[in-house]
Design a protein around this ligand. Structure first.
Ligand code: ADP
Ligand code: ADP
Ligand code: ZN
Length: 217
């Protein structure tokens, strides 16, 4: 049986969306679409999108909705999404959720599930300040998910780095943005009957098992 799954992952910055999206992508064999990764790549390459987005990202603010909408529309026009997709870090505002609905309508598809990974705010700073990232998209943690060789990516042997926005003052701003702009999406998807809430304050494997159970996959 081919499982088709069009889903989004919701939760605080550092809540484990990217980590779980990577596991789910393997499990479901569908693409992971991380707006954060796409934006960081655009910044690195100095594209017009990257130039516009950079100042917002450095300040821990959300990038304006119209830029995000264009980026998502373009990504969903590619032909690898037939079996579905996993959004990680999108939508982040009510306007983005409405925008996604419009794009999906145009494509004749709809979102199946919104998985909300719930982690208490007091765990978030430790998660983010200990995060180490690789340009390939892989994510590690200095305590809870150590690479086999310190500072080196298991997947591609690339050099791990700490994101500029994973510093304490920017983290605080990102959490504020989350509370003001993204948290209302929990109710939005609950009302749509699509919300699956998962306790994210457990080991990575346990969270993954709960998500699979919650989605029946
Ligand atoms: P998000 O994409 O939501 O910002 P990440 O998946 O990048 O979150 O995770 C943030 C940090 O926390 C990373 O360093 C990751 O290795 C670590 N992490 C993810 N899930 C867990 C977990 N269940 N327990 C402990 N640490 C975790
Ligand atoms: P995290 O993994 O910590 O949740 P992301 O990698 O998803 O962070 O996002 C990093 C930054 O990129 C955000 O702080 C924001 O500036 C920008 N960004 C990513 N996705 C979006 C989005 N859907 N809407 C607006 N800004 C976004
Ligand atoms: Zn890598």
């Amino acid at each position: 049986m081919v499982i088709q799954m069009r889903m989004i992952l919701l939760g605080k910055p550092g809540g484990g969306k990217g980590t779980q999206a990577t596991l789910l992508k393997e499990h479901l064999d569908v693409p992971q679409i991380s707006t954060g990764d796409i934006l960081r790549e655009a910044v690195k390459n100095g594209t017009p999108l990257g130039k516009e987005a950079k100042n917002y990202m450095d300040a821990g603010k959300l990038v304006p909705d119209d830029l995000i909408r264009g980026l998502v529309e373009e990504r969903l026009s590619q032909d690898d999404i037939g079996k579905g997709f996993i959004f990680d870090g999108f939508p982040r505002t009510l306007a983005q959720a409405e925008g996604l609905k419009k794009i999906a309508d145009k494509l004749g598809i709809s979102i199946d599930k919104a998985v909300y990974i719930d982690v208490p705010t007091d765990k978030i700073v430790k998660r983010l300040s200990g995060r180490r990232s690789c340009a390939c998209g892989a994510v590690y943690h200095i305590e809870s998910k150590r690479p086999k060789i310190e500072g080196v990516c298991d997947a591609c042997s690339g050099k791990l780095y700490q994101r500029d926005d994973d510093k304490e003052d920017v983290i605080k701003q990102r959490i504020e943005q989350y509370e003001a702009q993204t948290m209302p999406l929990i109710d939005y998807y609950r009302k749509e009957g699509k919300l699956v809430t998962i306790d994210g304050d457990q080991d990575i494997d346990e969270v993954f098992n709960d998500i699979k159970r919650g989605l029946g996959i």
